[in-house]
Design a protein around this ligand. Structure first.
Ligand code: GUN
Length: 282
């Protein structure tokens, strides 16, 4: 296999999923159901602006109505809870997403929990995350869902494989660990306090890196023939790079995702899929 062939063509995977989704959206529209997503942004992060711009672009391309609420720094928890409450009660809204992170003075747990379970397009409410833990995938967090779709698309098998996750966020690390566990992988979660990280990564058949540290994973840290999923999005000297030094690991790994043009593409598509799933579950 050439190095070129080892880089997973996520764009192609996403295009295929888009076609399936478009026909589902057309079916809904024929029944006078017009899928609608509302996104709340309460931070001043440059990266968030770019993520939500992308969400808008993909939604509009697919024919999903997209609305965003950019809130100022003086916004209170109460203001956001009221906004979510009105969106929960609005029958024209099918999905609500609170872009993370939030301004420091806001209470993320309380805010996310206010989202109706039936409109929780990110799958981050306690009920939806809890269902994941008992193997009932009601609605899956977008990045983990996208990662599984990538792994399945390249024909990865799961049973008995050692999956190592670097990063323990609620939005990626913990849910992807649980999804892989549900698929009968043996799962290890590593994080910033893990000693001798390479001891674990070197034994990973499937390595998922979501640590936010540019190029932290290098060739000497990965297993021969492994599949490596890079979730990192780091801006270094004006360039976006991942947590994995792709060029370096290519000589050892079987499959690698690249950044940009990797996991990020599937995250947005999973979001669009989740909106439609929520409507279909009604
Ligand atoms: N911040 C970065 N990625 C995401 C995402 O997928 N969902 C939310 N809610 N916040 C994010």
């Amino acid at each position: 296999m050439t190095n070129e062939e080892k880089i997973i063509d996520v764009k192609k995977i996403v295009e295929e999923r888009k076609e399936t989704l478009k026909s589902k959206i057309d079916t809904l529209k024929a029944k006078n159901i017009f899928p609608k997503l509302c996104v709340i942004v309460a931070n001043n992060e440059e990266a968030s602006r770019s993520y939500v711009k992308n969400k808008r672009k993909v939604c509009e391309e697919l024919g999903i109505i997209y609305e965003d609420y950019f809130l100022k720094e003086n916004v209170t928890n109460d203001d956001i809870l009221k906004l979510i409450s009105s969106l929960n009660n609005d029958n024209s809204v099918h999905g609500i997403l609170v872009q993370l992170p939030l301004f420091k003075h806001l209470n993320e747990n309380v805010i996310l929990e206010k989202i109706s379970e039936k409109k929780d397009v990110d799958g981050l409410t306690i009920n939806n995350l809890g269902k994941l833990f008992i193997s009932n995938n009601y609605i899956l967090p977008c990045t983990p869902k996208g990662i599984i779709s990538i792994l399945e698309s390249v024909g990865e098998t799961f049973e008995g494989k050692h999956a190592v996750i670097v990063g323990r966020s609620n939005i990626v690390g913990k849910p992807i660990a649980q999804l892989l566990l549900n698929k009968n992988c043996t799962v290890t979660i590593c994080h910033s306090k893990t000693k001798q990280l390479e001891k674990y990564t070197k034994d990973a058949d499937i390595l998922v890196v979501a640590a936010g540290i540019p190029h932290m994973i290098t060739r000497d840290m990965v297993k021969e023939n492994s599949t490596i999923i890079d979730v990192g999005i780091n801006r270094v000297n004006g360039k976006i790079i991942g947590d994995v030094d792709t060029e370096s690991v290519l000589s050892v790994a079987k499959f690698v995702t690249k950044v940009p043009g990797g996991v990020g593409l599937t995250t947005v598509l999973s979001l669009a899929e989740n909106i439609i799933e929520l409507i279909e579950k009604e």
